[in-house]
Ligand binder design. Structure first.
Ligand code: M6R
Length: 608
């Protein structure tokens, strides 16, 4: 989704703003732009396409401005053209605005301003903002007041940053349902959609909350609640973000780097939390709600995309380890659904970014219903992390590639830990379970060691236009996730199915042109999976399978096998995930896709 950067300080503002836009590229975008104030003038430079192209134009600038803003746009209203790219401005280019989100009442505002003689040159909702600021500025003569008045009139979801030659030493920002972070450096301030654009400059940050706006001067800042028209006191907090982890190192792209971080991800998600010797699990993030947890009789997991599939694994895990009924719902459905709730229901929101609009909306829906809201979040300090009553961080480090990989692995680890935590002794062999979890990083390394073999197999299947992923029990969510990985980075059509459903429809599609990826790791239903595989083979369907080391039988049944080390069935999804991620990755590379930034997708989906 769109990325925002703003800078006010002693350096040439163009450097940190362009670097910030590069750091935010992973969020997905289709055009970029910057604006700066130099002396009394505003200048704007925009370009459809990549930040690289914008940077070439910016490098030609002779000015050394101290105040600038930038934006990467992911089109919602209007085509991804240079014209529609941000920043947007008023008629004489004295006010520059960048915006992330959607202004729901933009048409009403546009009609009103048009009647007053204002003219618009883009199809975007954002363009109403600079014009409305101008309108209010003409009434009050104060830019600060005009900015606040404008923000108060906007409906929808937004993060907005503005600069103006009418207030040449100030940076303005506001947020409602879209993230915005203020970095407080030595003699400088950096505003951004997320900390990755800030952490190079400072680790001191202030997270703006909903209904907050910031007015930043060279040596001070003021935060106000624009709903209550009142000042808010906020001090900077320390950012828990490892710069090293966010850099590429020797990997050709972030997706491969992040897949290869699987062993470390498991370690970080379990470190200090699991004690195999005593069979105990300690989740510091749940201590504050210890008493409330004892009353929980039902759990609803809400999430989107890969996090939703991790949630489905969690359903099996928590029901088996804690004997509590679990239901997993897509956040986008949950928020519009009517269902009876009781205070003995806990809602767990799972999100890598912690900024997914639908998941945030799902949590907002149950506000005030006296239900416990827990989070399984990767991005520290993100909106979901802050709006839940308690939670467990994934500690996977920054995930930059659009396709979620290591976050899924961390989420499943955390769900297993939560299952044991809730279970409180209900599982018979906890020590063995925890020993297995503790040993999993080594097994993940063994899977990664087969990367080249997986590459060769994946490359054999790139000419297929259709793929079916099948699995049972813990393998079923893996099938769904495998299909999602393949479609999002290769653009090959793929569907995930419960293998037991084959005869209820999907079998009709199978022929020699329709490939299947079977999750066939050892489990109590392995014989039934063999039957499904045989039915597909009998209809000429090519099959690649992931199976447990030592399974010779499957070799005779399918075209290609990728083996994972033996582990407990409940932990297989973690090892299977690495296989399906590498399979999709190598297929996408063979097809020449941009794996880190697949077309039409954004890393964090901050609008509905
Ligand atoms: O940040 P979140 O975990 O809330 O994101 C949810 C989905 O948008 C995300 O998992 C998406 O499906 C990924 N691109 C999948 O790889």
């Amino acid at each position: 989704m769109c990325g925002i950067v703003g800078y006010l300080g002693n350096r040439n503002a163009l450097g940190p703003v362009v670097d910030g836009l590069k750091a935010l590229e992973y969020r997905g975008y289709d055009s970029a732009g910057i604006a700066y104030i130099n002396g009394g003038d505003c200048r704007v430079i925009k370009k459809a396409g990549r930040v690289e192209a914008l940077e070439k134009l910016v490098r030609k600038e002779k000015a050394v401005p101290k105040l600038a803003l930038g934006h990467t746009r992911w089109a919602t209203h209007g085509a991804p053209t240079t014209q529609n790219a941000h920043p947007h401005f008023n008629h004489d280019k004295t006010i520059m605005v960048v915006h992330n989100g959607i202004i729901e009442n933009f048409q009403v505002i546009k009609d009103r301003l048009t009647e007053l003689g204002y003219q618009f040159s883009t199809e975007t909702d954002t363009e109403v903002i600079p014009h409305l600021i101008e309108y209010h500025y003409k009434q009050s003569g104060s830019f600060e007041a005009a900015f606040e008045k404008t923000i108060q009139e906007l409906e929808g979801a937004f993060a907005i940053v503005a600069i103006s030659s009418l207030a040449p030493g100030q940076l303005f920002a506001a947020r409602l349902s879209s993230p915005l972070v203020l970095g407080v450096g030595e003699d400088e301030f950096i505003l951004a959609s997320d900390p990755s654009a800030i952490m190079e400059h400072t680790k001191k940050v202030i997270y703006l909350e909903d209904y907050e706006l910031a007015i930043i001067n060279h040596d001070s800042y003021k935060i106000r609640n624009f709903d209550r028209s009142a000042d808010v006191k906020k001090t900077a907090e320390e950012l828990d973000f490892d710069l090293e982890l966010a850099q590429l190192g020797n990997f050709p792209n972030f997706m491969l780097k992040e897949i290869f971080e699987a062993p470390q991800t498991i370690k970080l998600a379990t470190l200090g939390r699991i004690r195999p010797a005593s069979g105990t699990v300690k989740l510091g993030g749940l201590v504050d709600v210890k008493e409330k947890l004892k009353l929980i009789e039902r759990i609803i997991i809400v999430a989107c995309g890969t996090s939703y599939y991790a949630g489905l694994v969690g359903e099996y895990l928590i029901e088996e380890l804690a004997h509590i009924p679990v239901e997993v719902q897509l956040a986008s459905e949950f928020k519009y659904r009517f269902e009876p709730f009781s205070p003995s229901t806990a809602v767990i929101a799972i999100s890598q970014s912690g900024e997914t609009a639908d998941t945030i909306a799902a949590l907002k829906k149950i506000e005030g219903r006296h239900m416990l809201r827990l989070g399984i979040v990767n991005a520290v300090g993100s909106t979901i992390a802050r709006m839940t009553d308690a939670g467990v961080y994934c500690h996977a480090g920054p995930e930059q590639a659009v396709a979620s990989t290591k976050a899924f692995i961390a989420q499943v680890c955390v769900l297993a830990e939560i299952g044991l935590h809730f279970g409180n002794g209900k599982m018979k062999d906890r020590k063995n379970f925890l020993r297995e979890l503790d040993n999993l990083p080594k097994k993940a390394e063994a899977v990664l060691a087969q990367a080249d073999k997986i590459r060769k197999i994946a490359e054999k299947y790139t000419h297929f236009q259709d793929f079916l992923y099948i699995g049972r029990r813990y393998g079923y969510p893996c099938a769904l996730e495998g299909a999602l990985k393949l479609k999002e980075i290769t653009y090959i059509h793929a569907e995930g199915y419960a293998a037991g459903e084959m005869k209820h429809g999907p079998l009709a599609m199978i022929d020699k042109h329709f490939a299947t990826f079977a999750i066939a790791a050892d489990c109590p239903l392995i014989e039934k999976i063999y039957s499904n595989i045989s039915e597909i083979k009998a209809r000429g369907g090519p099959i690649v399978a992931v199976a447990t080391e030592g399974n010779r039988q499957i070799k005779k049944m399918v075209d290609d096998v990728i083996y994972i080390p033996k582990t407990l069935e409940q932990l297989q999804p973690i090892l299977v995930a690495i296989v399906i991620q590498l399979f999709a990755y190598y297929a996408a590379i063979k097809l020449g896709r941009n794996v880190d930034r697949p077309r039409n997708l954004a890393k964090s989906v901050t609008v509905e």
